[in-house]
Design a protein around this ligand. Structure first.
Ligand code: URA
Length: 240
């Protein structure tokens, strides 16, 4: 609860003194009523304050989180079948954050969460071609021909995937470990790409999205962005 002119100043509408002039001029409504006297107290959560017809509000603190998602969690705020969601892993954050994009129930790894809509849009928007790096374990030995096919693009759901970077990290006779970098975000894309060349993925982990890396973050744990990562967002927004 706070005085109307303080609320206006906190929202960045004007200085407190200037706010008084704006109020006197009849340019402010609270819950639909024009307010012209100075003493009024507003509830910053519940009351609707308009200045010249535009709603003002106190900015929520912007939060930027990297979570190392384990298997067995769905990437959404709620699940109709009562399964655990990634939000269960970031419960101690009071702001209303949400995941950027999604990882399958049985995929592990890097998931970004934020309450900054502009940042979320710019990371998720296909036109920005943000790279996503995955490590996939597949059954059997992957051969050079299949690696080439994955690189050039394969047909999934009736449409060819864009070119990808693919490198084989390890082959032990039973399984192959492969790093694949894609910039599209189609449904179960990596699993379907491997299926298209006859390989079944048994483990899938996302290790990076754009500049953001999972690093040594433990499974099920989250961290805030580092200073360097926050600076990157600012530069990115400012088009540096
Ligand atoms: N590709 C997949 O197949 N699954 C994911 O969770 C992400 C990308």
């Amino acid at each position: 609860m706070m005085r109307l002119q303080k609320f206006m100043a906190t929202c960045g509408t004007s200085s407190r003194r200037k706010a008084e002039d704006i109020i006197k001029a009849g340019r402010v409504t609270v819950n639909g009523d024009i307010i012209k006297d100075m003493g009024i107290i507003v509830n910053e959560e519940a009351d609707i304050v308009l200045v010249d017809g535009t709603k003002i509000s106190i900015e929520q603190k912007k939060r930027y989180i990297i979570l190392n998602k384990p298997r067995g969690y769905i990437t959404s705020a709620e699940d109709q079948f009562g399964r655990s969601t990634v939000m269960d892993l970031v419960e101690d954050i009071p702001e209303r954050i949400y995941p950027i994009g999604r990882l399958d129930y049985d995929t592990e790894g890097l998931l970004l969460l934020t309450n900054d809509g502009d940042f979320a849009c710019s990371i998720a928007h296909p036109k920005n071609n943000i790279n996503k790096v995955y490590i996939a374990k597949v059954i059997g030995d992957i051969n050079e021909k299949n690696v080439e096919k994955l690189k050039k693009g394969v047909i999934i759901d009736g449409r060819k995937t864009a070119s990808a970077k693919v490198s084989v990290l390890n082959i032990d006779g039973k399984t192959s470990e492969i790093k694949i970098v894609i910039h599209e975000g189609r449904n179960r894309q990596v699993r379907k790409m491997f299926e298209a060349v006859g390989c079944r993925v048994t483990d899938l982990k996302r290790v990076a999205v754009g500049k953001f890396n999972i690093g040594s973050l433990q499974l099920g744990k989250w961290r805030e962005f580092t200073k360097a990562e926050l600076k990157y967002i600012e530069d990115y927004k400012n088009g540096v």
